[in-house]
Write a protein that binds this ligand. Structure first.
Ligand SMILES: [Mg+2]
Length: 219
């Protein structure tokens, strides 16, 4: 029989627990009120294209990206207002995927330790998961500017436990497998993407799920 108290699940936030596209669109829609001319559709297209450019340059900080949008589209939003625009409460509504809260409750009932392993800005990331915060101890919340370089120290904290890492980003799971083959990786593949052909078998994720509730059949 499994002893759940030996088990820790480290969850990614964006794309795993949280529907980041909804959140992002909520913010982009608000930016439109600062725009002076042109249709909303054309405006949103410009915003999305700048956003994509920034992400391609590996820029992930939402405030930095918003600053670039503000400058390039000459929205003239005062700089101190930018962070406010991001963290306004209604941006986060409907952001959590439907099955997440119930699944987190069920996993927690088993006595499994739940944690977060996320890249991003702490205040924003914590607001995204506020509806499940009662099930996750502060000491198990790991949020970094770039989580890829912090893996070793996070795993060291749970060295006597069975670790599962859940992420929608395949490359991150491959990185974990290369560093530590004992850790179980679970790819949450909500968009039904195909696995690339060139991954060596040793580095394939241990499990693939489409929605988070499928975790209950694995762990
Ligand atoms: Mg993600």
């Amino acid at each position: 029989m499994n002893n759940w108290f030996d088990t820790v699940i480290l969850l990614d936030i964006d794309g795993t627990l949280f529907h980041t596209e909804i959140f992002r669109n909520n913010i982009f829609n608000k930016l439109y009120s600062y725009h002076t001319s042109g249709s909303k559709e054309a405006f949103l297209q410009q915003v999305r294209s700048i956003y994509k450019n920034e992400r391609d340059k590996k820029i992930t900080n939402p405030k930095t990206i918003l600053k670039t949008i503000n400058t390039q589209l000459q929205l003239n939003i005062p700089e101190e207002k930018l962070m406010e625009l991001i963290i306004e409460g209604d941006n986060f509504f409907d952001g959590m995927y439907d099955e997440v809260e119930k699944t987190i409750q069920d996993l927690s009932k088993k006595g499994i330790t739940l944690g977060i392993l996320s890249t991003g800005e702490t205040q924003i990331q914590k607001t995204k998961i506020s509806s499940i915060q009662n099930f996750i101890n502060e000491e198990n919340i790991h949020i970094y500017n770039l989580k890829d370089t912090e893996i070793d120290q996070v795993f060291a904290k749970y060295k006597d436990m069975r670790i599962y890492v859940i992420d929608d980003f395949l490359d991150f799971l491959l990185l974990i497998k290369k560093k530590n083959n004992v850790v179980k990786t679970v790819w949450i593949n909500r968009k039904n993407s195909a696995l690339p052909n060139d991954i060596e078998d040793d580095y394939l994720p241990d499990y693939q799920i489409k929605t988070l509730d499928e975790l209950l059949t694995i762990i």
